[in-house]
Design a binder for this molecule. Sequence first.
Ligand code: G3P
Length: 215
Amino acid sequence: MKFFLDTANVDEIKRIAALGLVDGVTTNPSIIAREGRPFEEVIKEICSVVDGPVSAEVVSLDTEGMVKEARELAKWADNVVVKIPMTEAGLAAVHQLAGEGIKTNVTLVFTLSQAVMAAKAGASYVSPFVGRLEDIGTDAYALISDIRDMLDFYGYDTEIIAASIRTLPHFEEVVRRGAHIATIPGKLFPKLWKHPLTDSGIEGFLKDWENFSNK
Ligand code: G3P
């Protein structure tokens, strides 16, 4: 399984990449805006510190505008993946870009139907939003399983990026359901490797060792 960081914060990326846990990065306009720095500067810097795919999102809503932005983004670095919203115009852009060898990540996916449309149009990645599905009381995990089964059954190369992961249970369930990739906010990442019993266990072992060595 691959892990992406859902952030545009370069320090956060460097810190977690040092643990060997970062296969790629996803951003969106909200995430970029949080950094308060120019889009191009941030994406280029992220692409230089991460070897894997880095998703950068277009803001145009029409196909022509999306394709134009995508071509520009693709020039910034070899590992840029263009994030395209799941709309009719988006599907047309994905289809065109796939023909040009530009990788795309179709975002804001909430149904199996949307996922199969994106795969068929030529998306490299589809991003179902787990937390936002949960917000509206929909079973996001059944969706992840269904998308995975569909991709495998029909032999699409498209990979699932489970997005909008906000909690440890979100993460663990998408691991169980066969998402190829989970994209994780920087703040959540440490919670994935920490457990209070690990910490108290270390403390107990060290206390026992100290008592033993002082005898
Ligand atoms: O990866 C998508 C993510 O950035 C959106 O997360 O928590 O705003 O639904 P959230």
